[in-house]
Design a protein around this ligand. Structure first.
Ligand code: DC
Length: 221
């Protein structure tokens, strides 16, 4: 049986940074499910689908083939055969993903892929519904969060470091809007699983969070 770790939490809580580091240390495969939802959103943008038209999104996702590969230790998302990693981490795609990910058929397709991956290998998977829906039997479940002000500041620093122009108030507004969408959708809303451990990273360094998550994983082995 494979050993599974589920990490959920809102946008910008540092899930992917933490999950990537912990997976490397414990030798698990890191599965970034947000990237899969982002790839679907990218497809909808490219195909000019109205992002508020759930039926159009549901119909269009049938022609999106998402595959995951690992190249040089990094997860690579293939959309209909094309490596789309370079296009996934923009604010535009993130905001679109928050809308398109509420469509049940689109989620069904991605959840199936995620469950298959977790059956085959020891995975550390991060997202919004991993502990509640995708891997309800995960041996370790963590809900990682931070205040929206702290998350906005982190995202702002990240963008500035990449040389992009950013407006911190705009980012905070986007984050809060995305939280609202993620927590209030009908299907698989973001929420802490009953058996998940809450880790609030607002006043913690990255190293402290990594240590904490590793100790929680080890405690359940
Ligand atoms: O973690 P992220 O910012 O890359 O996620 C992008 C969007 O995808 C986010 O707004 C919500 C959605 N998502 C989801 O609904 N379920 C997941 N398991 C992962 C992401």
């Amino acid at each position: 049986m494979s050993y599974n770790v589920a990490i959920d939490g809102p946008a910008g809580a540092g899930k992917s940074t933490i999950a990537r580091a912990v997976a490397k240390k414990l030798n698990y495969v890191y599965v970034d499910t947000g990237a899969m939802y982002r790839a679907m959103a990218l497809y909808m943008i490219r195909e000019n689908v109205n992002l508020d038209d759930d039926a159009a999104i549901a119909a269009k996702c049938e022609s999106a083939d998402i595959k995951i590969a690992y190249e040089n230790g990094e997860q690579v998302v293939y959309l209909n055969g094309e490596n789309v990693n370079a296009f996934l981490r923009t604010e535009e795609v993130g905001n679109a993903a928050s809308k398109t990910s509420k469509v049940p058929r689109l989620r069904e397709k991605l959840v199936e892929l995620q469950q298959k991956m977790a059956e085959e290998t020891n995975v550390l998977m991060d997202g919004r519904d991993i502990g509640t829906v995708v891997l309800p039997k995960a041996q370790t479940k963590i809900y990682l969060t931070a205040s929206s002000a702290v998350r906005a500041k982190r995202r702002y620093d990240e963008l500035v470091a990449k040389g992009e122009i950013a407006d911190i108030d705009e980012i905070k507004k986007d984050i809060e809007e995305r939280d609202y969408n993620d927590m209030h959708r009908d299907v698989s809303p973001l929420k802490q699983a009953e058996d998940a451990v809450l880790v609030d990273t607002s006043d913690m360094s990255i190293d402290e969070v990594i240590e904490k998550v590793i100790s929680l994983c080890r405690a359940n082995k």
